[in-house]
Design a protein around this ligand. Structure first.
Ligand code: GDP
Ligand code: CA
Length: 319
């Protein structure tokens, strides 16, 4: 059985993981997805885990593909009621079905169930074709440093649409966090580790920052291959450029690959996929010790996304 591990944020990682699963249909392979939890927060007494839920809904086929987040066929009656009372954040609306997930999760957490067990229990409802592992059971929260002070990542991202210049990010709790059960073992026992085209700073960055995960990536005998979320100097969706700018990294496929760095030189990847429009970045990345191929990176429709997943596996097979 081929053991494949994916490091993932929310929507970009979810689409990539779904394509990987579908590309491997019928093969003897097992996919485990290590998901960022640093966007998680408490709101209206509920624990919200945006990236875990994006991956869950997308793999379950119940996500809202048009809107890009949340559940399909949503209503928002409960959020409207909460807003009337001034409970929660007025700029943050959650769908009713989505709230069902948050209530279920919070009730289990309040009984003392660790997040990784909660995820196992709640995802068992669907045949996801992949097992989801939160990066940690501990609380890690990304806070954004601005000239006016710090704010929770969600406030910066959702309320301000990343328009307030960020000076940096604080990963609160990361130093004391330990990987969730199974995370280090999955990486150590993998045949392939794939870094999804997720936000390198606030999605993949926190995963790697959890003590022990970077070491597991450095030590695994498996090839580690990443997919650029940047195509032709632009983000495909979202505002990852604002995150990259904040940490002084160019919004550029080569710069992101070099930021991850070659494992042979103390980094975390062996291979990197850039888009065809970024083919001129290949020699520089190769010179830095990162095996690089340029292939179509747009997950515009399922077939293209599955080809991308196969390209990532092929590169892993060649490094
Ligand atoms: P979030 O947690 O929901 O923000 O999602 P992720 O961190 O997993 O992914 C966000 C990143 O996915 C963004 O930086 C996008 O540029 C990238 N992305 C979205 N769609 C595509 C695509 O079709 N191809 C590639 N290569 N990247 C994509
Ligand atoms: Ca996220």
């Amino acid at each position: 059985m081929r053991e494949i591990v994916v490091l993932s944020g929310g929507v970009g990682g979810a689409r990539f993981t779904r394509a990987l699963r579908d590309a491997l249909a019928g093969e003897d392979a097992r996919i485990r997805v290590i998901v960022n939890t640093a966007d998680d927060m408490w709101m209206a007494g509920l624990r919200i885990c945006p990236d875990l839920d994006s991956v869950t809904y997308t793999l379950a086929g119940v996500n809202d593909e048009q809107r890009g987040w949340g559940r399909i066929g949503e209503s928002e009656r409960v959020s409207a009621e909460l807003h009337e009372w001034g409970i929660g954040w007025p700029w943050f609306t959650l769908g009713d079905l989505d709230l069902g997930m948050h209530i279920a999760r919070t009730s289990l957490l309040r009984e003392g169930t660790p997040l990784s067990s909660v995820v196992a229990r709640l995802t068992a409802r669907w045949d996801l074709g992949a097992r989801l592992l939160p990066m940690t059971d501990d609380a890690v929260e990304t806070h954004v440093v601005t000239d006016g002070g710090t704010m929770h990542f969600q406030e910066w991202w959702t309320r301000h649409r990343a328009s307030v210049p960020a000076r940096g990010f604080e990963l609160r709790g990361a130093d004391d966090a330990v990987p969730a059960p199974g995370v280090v073992e999955a990486i150590a026992g993998a045949d392939v580790v794939l870094v999804a085209p997720s936000n390198p700073i606030v999605s993949i960055g926190p995963i790697i920052a959890v003590g022990g995960i970077r070491d597991a990536l450095t030590a695994t005998p498996a090839p580690v291959v990443g997919v650029s979320p940047i195509i032709g100097g632009s983000v495909v969706r979202g505002m990852a450029d604002a995150c990259l700018t904040a940490v002084g990294t160019a919004t550029d496929a080569a710069a992101v690959g070099l930021r991850y760095g070659a494992r042979a030189a103390g980094g975390v990847i062996d291979g990197w996929l850039v888009d065809e429009v970024d083919a001129d970045a290949v020699p520089g990345l190769e010179a830095a010790g990162i095996a690089t191929r340029s292939v179509p990176l747009w997950m515009s429709e399922p077939a293209a996304a599955q080809t991308l997943a196969r390209d990532a596996l092929a590169l892993a097979g060649s490094v």
